[in-house]
Design a protein around this ligand. Structure first.
Ligand code: ATP
Ligand code: K
Ligand code: MG
Length: 706
């Protein structure tokens, strides 16, 4: 069982693994701790991560970045449309209203869903983890922004599934950071709480959470965010500034040239980083456009001036988090800042002014999320022993259930009137199960929706459940619907149970005789306000529902069984039958499509591997040619007859020429055969040499012994 945490950012991904001695961030093939969230499609293979980022300038139209921004969002989403303006690849609206990405791959333009591309990012991170652990990785925890919708959360799980991963939990990124902060703290109070604000500013978004800590646990008090405030917005400010400047000074319009735009944007990101450490910075790009070299310069002060509209927005999520936590800045013990986007000094200044205390960087700004995810995975894993630490998560969006009133109820109101109730209010603990009671005569449906779409800016409806068929005996049946908000923050109907009253003969013991048989048989549909109960334990739950029903008929109420001496007595019991239901998620991926995507990813990964191996084999032929030629002229010289040596050297030359011409682009098998062919000739020479030098060393040893 693997214990791995993944942080998939809009710019950078980090992989952390649990080992016996602790949590480690692992290195990728290029020995980097951060891996770009980039997929580049090529003519023969994909280039993922660092390799993908390296080819982005050469192949911008087929290089997909910031994929998180597209996953689980409708094409018409205004935020998505805004994002597309600065992304160089082509995206269109698919038949289902969701975006489709177009890229040239294996010689033709193909389309991919954002979930598929996210699956490719996962696939790359999975292989990074596997190479480090030297074992298969399946179980993992994945960090997600707190603002992801139900659909986006489902998409992240689908993407992980496509890559062959099984997320034990999607955990809010700031919660992961809070966990990584708290679990190592040995000085947490036992009888008091310590409130800490965590601020994460990444490439595309900002998230805040306020958590209260005490010994052995953390409780999230509030989450807040700005989905579109991150490092890239500052890049954009600089980009607009220099684009206008260069238009003026050099008469070039980078907006007319995709490559020039891309290069200027990249240069602006670098410039921004330089400005974090220096009061001023230059920007020089050779041959940006129309064969013109451009030179620019900006002071940090001026950068802050032109960034004012963005900087002003930083305070809002801070205020919101405090209000929702019901705290003032005086109650905040410490402010921890993570995310590399927060390295801008002006942001740190805003945080200092707002909280009235120096924001701290105790945590590693780029690694806290991945480490927190790995810790969470270790906590959930039976194979790891982790210090006892409880994470009490809070769900950021209120969730409602909505249904059509049943016939008798509709007579009171208007026919077909829609009714709804909030099942999970904002701040509800996660995970959580609630049960609702409905009285229905036939198949009916329930919608799960967001009670407040303002903050989320997503379509209100999440899913529709059609419940039935079920047996009714003349009167409306009583149905218990269990709704689960799971560990990932995904809401679904978990079960529907038909509750029927039955009279059964039961042996009477002293205890059961004393206990009143409680049963509600009321016929009044109560679904205008169905009793909602927190589900903890199956038996306790039933007690709660029954207790909450007010209109029990007299016969069924508190009827103690009197004859204690009887061996058998009639007792009313509740018979439970599970009722079938179907789920329709708006925008989800059908199981069959997911299976196809899994196979497709497997094929593409195989193709990548074949191409990598082909490259390796080709390099091996080339390396052999150089090595053997050198040795034939040097240490192997006397172990091969002159004529044979000359023939072999010219053969090596032939192969070298072939590698640059006809053999440039061959299959793996051809290179393997070529190497074999050369070795057939070279191995005997090598053997003769080894034999000689080997014997030599044995003689040397004998001499020494004597
Ligand atoms: P997100 O959290 O939005 O999904 P992410 O996790 O990939 O994105 P981070 O890796 O935390 O984001 O931060 C990346 C951002 O930080 C980029 O915009 C990058 O330009 C910016 N950045 C990195 N170093 C610095 C620096 N020294 N000064 C200013 N900004 C920086
Ligand atoms: K990151
Ligand atoms: Mg991040």
């Amino acid at each position: 069982m693997s214990v791995v945490g993944f942080d998939i950012g809009n710019e950078n991904c980090v992989v952390a693994v649990a080992r016996q001695r602790g949590i480690d961030v692992v290195l990728n093939d290029e020995s980097k701790r951060e891996t770009p969230a980039v997929v580049c499609f090529g003519e023969k293979q994909r280039f993922l991560g660092t390799a993908g980022a390296a080819s982005s300038m050469m192949n911008p139209k087929n290089t997909i970045s910031q994929i998180n921004r597209l996953v689980g969002r409708q094409f018409s989403d205004p935020e998505l449309q805004q994002d597309l303006k600065s992304l160089p690849f082509s995206v269109t609206e698919g038949p289902d209203g969701f975006p489709l990405i177009h890229a040239r791959y294996l010689g033709q333009v193909r389309t991919f869903t954002p979930t598929q591309v996210l699956g490719m990012v996962f696939s790359n991170l999975k292989s990074i983890a596997e190479k480090n652990l030297n074992a298969a990785v399946v179980d993992c925890c994945v960090g997600i922004p707190v603002y992801l919708t139900d659909l986006q959360r489902r998409c992240v799980i689908d993407a992980a599934t496509i890559a062959g991963l099984h997320p034990l939990r999607l955990i809010h990124e700031t919660t992961a950071t809070a966990l990584a902060y708290g679990i190592y703290k040995t000085d947490l109070p036992e009888n008091d709480t310590l409130n800490v604000a965590f601020v994460d500013i990444g490439h595309a978004s900002m998230q805040v959470c306020v958590a209260s800590f005490k010994k052995g646990q953390l409780k999230i008090l509030a989450h807040s965010f700005d989905r579109s405030l991150g490092g890239r917005d500052f890049d954009e400010v600089l980009f607009q500034y220099f684009a206008a400047k260069f238009k003026d000074e050099y008469k070039i319009d980078v907006f007319q040239n995709a490559r020039a735009s891309l290069r200027l944007r990249a240069a602006c990101e670098k410039l921004k980083k330089v400005l974090s450490a220096n009061p001023e910075a230059p920007l020089n790009i050779e041959c940006l456009m129309d064969e013109k070299d451009v030179r620019g310069f900006i002071k940090r002060e001026e950068f802050e001036q032109i960034s004012m509209p963005i900087l002003e927005r930083v305070k809002r999520p801070l205020e919101k988090a405090l209000v929702e936590a019901g705290l003032t800045v005086e109650n905040i013990h410490a402010v921890e800042v993570v995310g590399s986007g927060s390295r801008i000094p002006a942001i740190m200044k805003i945080l200092l002014e707002f909280f009235g205390k120096e924001p701290r960087r105790t945590m590693n700004a780029s690694e806290s999320v991945a480490k927190g995810c790995a810790l969470q995975c270790a906590i959930l894993s039976p194979t790891f022993k982790v210090r006892e630490f409880q994470v009490n998560e809070s769900f950021p969006f209120p969730i409602a259930l909505s249904w059509k009133a049943s016939a008798p109820d509709a007579q009171n109101g208007s026919a077909d009137s829609q009714q709804s109730t909030i099942v999970f209010p904002k701040g509800n603990p996660m995970p959580s199960v609630k049960a609702l009671t409905f009285y229905r005569s036939g198949t009916f449906s329930i919608d799960i929706l967001y009670a407040d779409v303002m903050e989320l800016q997503a379509p209100a409806k999440i899913s529709t459940y059609t419940i039935g068929p079920f047996q009714t005996k003349g009167e409306p049946a009583k149905l218990k619907v269990k709704v689960r908000l799971n560990l990932h923050g995904i809401v679904s109907v978990e079960s529907v149970t038909l509750l029927e009253e039955e009279e059964v003969q039961v042996p009477v013991t002293k205890e059961s005789a004393k206990e009143p048989t409680k049963m509600d048989t009321d016929e009044t549909p109560v679904d205008s306000t169905p009793p909602i109960t927190n589900e903890t334990d199956e038996n306790m739950q039933d007690a709660k529902i029954d207790a909450g029903t007010e209109n029990g008929t007299p016969e069924s109420r508190d009827k103690p069984i009197q004859m204690e001496t009887d061996v058998k007595a009639l007792k009313k019991k509740v018979k439970k039958t599970s009722v079938p239901f179907t789920e329709l998620v708006y925008g989800g991926m059908a199981a069959a499509d997911l299976q196809k995507a899994v196979e497709k990813e497997f094929e593409m990964a195989l193709q990548d591997r074949v191409m990598e191996e082909t490259k390796d084999k080709k390099n091996a032929v080339e390396a052999y040619v150089y090595d053997m030629r050198n040795k034939l002229n040097d240490k192997y010289h006397q172990f091969i007859v002159d004529s044979e040596r000359e023939q072999f050297i010219s053969k090596l030359q032939e192969v070298e020429d072939w590698l640059y011409e006809d053999g440039e682009d061959e299959t793996k098998g051809v290179y393997v055969a070529k190497l074999e062919e050369l070795k057939k000739q070279g191995d005997p020479v090598e053997e003769r040499y080894n034999e000689h030098t080997g014997r030599g060393s044995v003689i040397d040893q004998l001499v020494h012994c004597i």
